[in-house]
Ligand binder design. Structure first.
Ligand code: FES
Length: 149
């Protein structure tokens, strides 16, 4: 399966050059290339999927125990901005309680990515919304709706 819009990821130098020319920070490019949280979790107890208005899709896998996110991974069918944002969202969510993870905001991800092209800001939104959807669904599946504002 190719989710990279036909980019040859093994040609790291030219990928870096293209992304950097389009306004991605080195940090964002690093997340895009290394993909530390890409994939699925066989023992996930919450799996949720969300498609953004752009048509890109994220499928998230959360392993929760005792109200805490032990591990989080995500499959991304989308642009470099989507991949980088999703990786950061999963890193931020891992180890957090459900409540803490519900408070992850777009700006937290942007701060870590440092720079994305202007027209790619909504990719961060998609990553955050996918995480929130999974947490909401987990909450309603487990009869726990004690979500603070
Ligand atoms: Fe759809 Fe980036 S263009 S998430």
């Amino acid at each position: 399966m190719n989710d990279d819009h036909a980019i040859d990821l093994t040609d790291t130098d030219s990928v870096q050059e293209m992304l950097s020319g389009s306004g991605y920070s080195d940090k964002a490019i690093e997340y895009y290339l290394n993909r530390p949280k890409m994939g699925s979790l066989p023992d996930a107890n919450q799996v949720s999927e969300l498609t953004g208005p752009c048509g890109d899709t994220m499928k998230i896998y959360l392993k929760l125990d005792n109200g805490r996110i032990e591990d989080a991974k995500i499959q991304v069918l989308g642009c470099p901005g989507a991949v980088a944002s999703a990786m950061v969202a999963m890193e931020l969510a891992t180890g957090k309680t459900i409540e803490e993870a519900q408070n992850i905001r777009d700006r937290d991800i942007f701060r870590i990515l440092e720079e994305l092209p202007d027209q790619k800001q909504h990719c961060i939104r998609l990553a955050v919304k996918t995480l929130q959807k999974a947490l909401d669904e987990y909450g309603s599946n487990n009869g726990n709706n004690s979500q603070g504002g």
